[in-house]
Design a protein around this ligand. Structure first.
Ligand SMILES: Nc1ncnc2c1ncn2[C@@H]1O[C@H](COP(=O)(O)OP(=O)(O)OP(=O)(O)O)[C@@H](O)[C@H]1O
Ligand SMILES: [Mg+2]
Length: 357
């Protein structure tokens, strides 16, 4: 899939700006604060309805305005669907209004997964080194783009979880109601767990090979999945404990997902550079799996690509992803090799101070 055009209105520092991208490498060059990450953020927003920079989309509205509008034109959404799609989001008063090909979309969940993008930035380090919630989010992201039903199951699961936790917290519930919610969490939890197990197996089949291709050395990388004990949700003793502690203590929202190299848990041991590199490998596997399950190559948004990896690894990665549309950002052209620069679409953002918009 490719994004051909992007229009930003009142989106962070851009009052009104259009960008054209080519089907290959696109390099966005600009000084600090010139809006490089903002461009990637807008594309990610069209794909997922969320930002990867902030948890509150409201922050993307230009400070002197009260709405933003983002529109993207996507081509070749999959190898089976070569049509052109125009997707837009108007955000104002904390509400998103989404249009796909001029038709209003009732809920973002109806189109999520259709326009797959993958972003890499400094948060790759957190993906490897932070607590399991980052890796659960990552697996959720992969499954949203590879499995039709996953996102719906997750939405249902979390709405039941929220209700159950509210009842446990304020103590105003009947046992029948609590058990009903326990069964819902269990049923949705089983589906989610099975899908997580399967996709993590898929990762484990490819992760060492892709690491070898990029780093030219062997590894014993694996993702280890330890699901929370779902059967406890239905166990009377555990429910008594949950009532005492006023929250849900079991379920897929507590699944542990760890990355190991042999016996070593990388969360504890990886250096920052190693964590970034392994995070990158995870994203490359994700791209391959989206391609396998959705017959499309996701758009790769590589923020500050040149800051973290040495030249040899960078060249190998760029060579590996040459079938994807890639939009990468950098503060200067100095780090970009001549061959790439010559073949890429280069977008230069004007200096913040010299620009009128
Ligand atoms: N809601 C907003 N309204 C107006 N300007 C904003 C808003 N949010 C962020 N900005 C400005 O936009 C700029 C941030 O842009 P962005 O993060 O995209 O820069 P960048 O080119 O990625 O910089 P760096 O090289 O430091 O990563 C900053 O100057 C920031 O002050
Ligand atoms: Mg940036």
């Amino acid at each position: 899939m490719i994004i051909e055009k992007l229009l930003l209105q009142n989106f962070r520092r851009f009052k009104e700006k259009k960008f054209n991208f080519s089907n290959g490498f696109n390099i966005v060059i600009g000084k600090n604060g010139s809006g490089k990450t903002t461009i990637l953020e807008a594309i990610y927003l069209l794909s997922t309805g969320k930002s990867f920079v902030t948890s509150a989309v409201q922050n993307c509205v230009n400070v002197s305005e009260d709405y933003f509008f983002v529109e993207g034109v996507f081509n070749n959404v999959s190898r089976l669907d070569q049509s052109q799609n125009t997707l837009s989001i108007l955000f104002s008063k904390d509400k998103k209004v989404v249009h796909l090909n001029k038709r209003k979309v009732k809920a973002f969940s109806l189109i999520i997964g259709k326009f797959p993008v993958i972003v890499t930035d400094y948060a790759l380090v957190e993906l490897v080194k932070d607590g399991p919630s980052k890796r659960r989010d990552f697996i959720n992201h992969v499954l949203t783009f590879t499995d039709e039903d996953y996102y719906k199951n997750i939405l249902k699961y979390y709405s039941f979880l929220e209700r159950r936790n509210e009842y446990l917290k304020d103590g105003k519930f009947t046992m029948d109601l609590l058990l009903f919610l326990s069964h819902e969490l269990y049923d949705y939890g089983i589906k989610i767990m099975e899908k997580r197990e399967k996709i993590i197996n898929d990762f484990n089949e490819r992760i060492r090979d892709i690491f070898y291709i990029i780093f030219d050395k062997k590894s014993e990388l694996s993702i280890v999945y330890r699901p929370s004990k779902l059967e406890k949700l239905l166990d009377p003793d555990s429910i008594t404990e949950e009532i005492r502690r006023k929250r849900t203590l079991y379920g897929i929202h507590l699944d542990e997902i760890e990355i190991f190299d042999g016996q070593i848990n990388l969360r504890e041991f990886a250096s920052l550079g190693e964590a970034y590199s392994i995070g990158f490998i995870l994203k490359l596997v994700e791209s391959e799996l989206i391609d396998r399950y959705k017959s499309t190559t996701p758009i790769l948004l590589l923020d500050d690509f040149f800051s973290h990896l040495d030249e040899v690894k960078r060249e190998k990665i760029l060579n590996y992803i040459k079938n994807n549309e890639v939009i990468l950002t950098s503060v200067s052209t100095n780090d970009v090799s001549k061959s790439i620069l010559n073949s890429a679409n280069v977008i230069i953002l004007e200096d913040v101070l010299n620009e009128n918009n």
